[in-house]
Design a protein around this ligand. Structure first.
Ligand code: ZN
Length: 273
């Protein structure tokens, strides 16, 4: 009986420790102190061209974030896909790009990354304006769920990463949604560093969102993909892709929006190579 009691108390203590922020940070520091495997560096070189653009201090920071991300999040292969280090490191690199310079940012809700070999089909039920239920089939390259999952097509992730200056990157897009979902459902208003920032964020993004909608309606070209005009959540995810991949054009054509994204991501990609 005493042995059982001691075990129970021990388990409770472990659970209590694991739940403490200082304990988690201690564990993370240990993970970051491990040597970043040469094979992972090679994957970054081959599969994540954005990595080479980062200044050395951000490269160092990103490697630590990748180590922690891979230690804490589970990857699941779908349709019998076998998860490889190439998939884990490539996906984690894009996820963690969005966490740079933001201490404590760690996708607290995210538990699993589901990976399909290619685009995948989902069936969704929806009810139209006159109350008739429909079932629609959609072919997707990625999805982000507020219950703690990001779903990605591996082929689309590779394609998005391979061309780092076309403003199309499904991994950045889905992890931007995941950040947005930290406040509940995605609505284009992620957690900002200060309460005072929301007013300006909302004003700038609303205006730019309406401008994009008007352009799409007219059929006029824009730096941002038309899909960003769907709703404010898609706008935030689409603009995030452009912020990291086409900062020069975005800063020139949308300076106020660019400045808001610099403040949110605590980064200025204009300074990168
Ligand atoms: Zn989206």
């Amino acid at each position: 009986m005493p042995a059982l009691l001691i075990t129970a108390v021990g388990l409770l203590l472990v659970a209590w420790f694991a739940g403490q922020p200082w304990w988690r940070e201690r564990q993370r520091r240990r993970v970051r102190q491990q040597v970043f495997p040469a094979a992972w560096r090679d994957i970054l070189r081959r599969r994540v061209p954005l990595f080479a653009r980062l200044p050395p201090d951000l490269q160092h920071q990103l490697k630590g974030l990748i180590q922690v991300f891979l230690a804490e999040k589970t990857f699941i292969g779908c349709q019998e896909l076998t998860i490889t280090d190439e998939m884990r490191v490539t996906i984690a690199a894009h996820a963690c790009l969005l966490l740079l310079n933001r201490p404590g940012a760690d996708y607290p809700r995210l538990r699993q990354v589901l990976v399909y070999p290619g685009s995948f089909v989902v069936e969704r039920d929806h009810t139209d304006g006159i109350g008739v239920a429909h079932r629609a089939r959609q072919v997707l390259a990625g999805e982000s769920w507020s219950q703690g999952q990001v779903v990605l097509s591996w082929q689309d992730t590779l394609d998005g990463a391979a061309v780092p200056d076309d403003g199309q990157n499904v991994a950045i897009h889905e992890f931007a949604h995941q950040l947005d979902q930290e406040t509940g459902h995605a609505n284009g208003a992620p957690l900002l560093a200060r309460r005072a920032h929301y007013q300006r964020w909302s004003a700038v993004l609303s205006e730019e969102f309406m401008t994009l909608q008007a352009r799409v309606t007219r059929g006029a070209p824009s730096l941002f993909n038309d899909y960003g005009a769907t709703d404010p959540a898609e706008f935030f995810a689409v603009v995030s892709e452009v912020f990291f991949e086409q900062p020069v054009q975005m800063a020139q054509e949308h300076p106020a929006l660019y400045q808001q994204f610099c403040q949110f991501y605590q980064l200025d990609p204009l300074n990168w190579a």
